[in-house]
Ligand binder design. Structure first.
Ligand code: R5P
Length: 342
């Protein structure tokens, strides 16, 4: 009989919530494959008064297939996103010099993913993160709905696995939303391919919204136009992420102006930063927004999830667990990605 000793699951503080969700599912998959169950490998992560971070792995991982969990968006314990990124680097480094056989970095959200090209004199920080991970010795990166698939090209030696929240989100939509009057849309042209995928899976019509952005001011949109008919229709908006909610709110407002009824929004990465929650609260109170359906790839407190009527959280931890188990066993994961790429 094989055993689970070859696999280790380690987590930074930020990733602990998600790691604890993954663990029981992972153990189920390990058991199904005649492997022993595992516990989280013990680590200690401390932040000094000057904000520097140190990580210590408290058990041997020599020769192991190591999976390191970090949710850089989990700032609930006082870290910033950048602290979480640093904590991840310290753990990957510690795992490398502790002689792990393979280091798989599991990041439900890839940090700096929107800084994937240079305009003017900007740095390409999505690439910087990729290079740092490779330099530190990561062998595999596993993430969800990367903002731009071209980011995979920033890695030379690392295997890059992009998972898709689509399957889990679509399952929830089919079960809970009436498709009778529903049309699908993306809040901007960049998201149309994704929206097309939803429309084709749900066998619905597609409408599009054209967003004219100002590149002079930060986070500023000049004009929006709807291409297609939404009068008396319900609309399912889809996007990879919602950050400050600016794009989404503008899309909802224009759809309402054009006569849309119920508006739903599905996203893999519901960041809800800055004014986002207040904006969505207002839209919900004024019957502009019916529901936001987002995955738990982004951390939100149990209290927030329970008390936010417009938010439905869809679990992707089992999906990650299955992928981790398959990768550990050297099994193909393409069946877990099928029908989800765009
Ligand atoms: C844009 O390319 C993305 O897909 C999102 O539409 C955008 O980043 C969302 O940002 P915000 O919610 O701040 O408008």
């Amino acid at each position: 009989m094989l055993n689970g000793n070859g696999i280790c699951l380690l987590s930074c503080k930020g990733g602990l919530h998600f790691a604890n969700l993954i663990l029981p599912y992972l153990n189920n998959y390990l058991k199904k494959n005649n492997l022993e169950e595992i516990d989280l490998t013990k680590t200690e992560e401390i932040q000094f008064k000057n904000t520097e971070i140190k990580t210590n792995i408290l058990e041997s991982i020599r020769g192991k297939d190591v999976y390191i969990l970090q949710d850089v968006t989990n700032t609930s314990f006082g870290y910033s996103v950048n602290d979480n990124v640093m904590a991840l680097k310290t753990l990957v480094n510690a795992a490398r010099i502790s002689d792990a056989k393979r280091i798989n970095v599991v990041i439900p959200t890839y940090p700096y993913s929107r800084q994937d090209k240079s305009v003017g004199r900007e740095g390409i920080t999505a690439k910087l993160f990729a290079k740092e991970m490779e330099y530190l010795g990561a062998d595999t990166i596993i993430t969800l709905d990367i903002h731009n698939l071209a980011i995979a090209g920033f890695f030379n030696n690392c295997v890059f696995e992009n998972l898709y929240g689509f399957k889990n989100l679509i399952k929830h939509i089919k079960k809970n939303i009436s498709l009778e009057k529903l049309v699908v849309s993306a809040p901007d042209i960049g998201g149309l391919k994704r929206a097309e995928k939803y429309a084709s899976e749900l066998k619905l019509n597609l409408v599009s919204i054209y967003k004219e952005r100002s590149y002079v001011k930060l986070d500023c949109i000049n004009k929006m136009f709807v291409i297609g008919d939404v009068k008396d229709k319900d609309v399912l908006l889809v996007d990879d992420m919602v950050d400050t909610g600016g794009t989404l709110c503008n899309a909802i407002k224009i759809l309402k102006e054009k006569g849309a009824k119920q508006i739903y929004f599905a996203t893999s990465l519901p960041f809800f930063n800055g004014p986002c929650v207040d904006r969505l609260n207002d839209l919900y109170k004024n019957n502009y927004l019916t529901k936001v359906i987002g995955t738990n790839a982004v951390y939100h407190s149990e209290e927030f999830v329970k008390n936010t009527d417009w938010f439905k959280q869809v679990d992707v931890s089992e999906y990650f667990a299955k992928v981790i188990c398959y990768i550990h066993l050297g099994k193909s994961i393409s069946s877990l990605l099928q029908e989800t790429g765009w």
